[in-house]
Design a protein around this ligand. Sequence first.
Ligand SMILES: [Zn+2]
Length: 139
Amino acid sequence: MQYMPDAVPGPDPSFDDAVYWANCSEKKLTFQRCGSCKSFRHPPGPFCPQCQSDKIEWVEAPDEAELFTFTFLHHPAHEAVRTRVPYNVAVVSFPSLGGVRLITNIVDAEPGELEIGMKVRLLWGTSGNGQIIPLFKKG
Ligand SMILES: [Zn+2]
């Protein structure tokens, strides 16, 4: 599913998040978990912010998340998305993964249709550079 136009750049994986994006390419949404204290974190990083351990585990997320917060943009951030307003930017959380959060979009949602705490379901889209990216839809 294409949510944003091709002109919007996609992610440019770094050393720390290359595994995350490679897993996304296989349509697996994964989060880093500390191998020592087992706390989740996102975005991926080299050390645990809780205990400074560099032991990393990758855990696959369930398809269902909760809408933590969102906003609708009515003024385009740049020309490439001028015809796409209003669109949303959302934060979803995964209660079963320690509440780890992900910034994403809820597709096919008009202003007034989203509510904090509602269930949202994972689906996959493609960014402007061809990277498979996690998106969500209502319930
Ligand atoms: Zn830790």
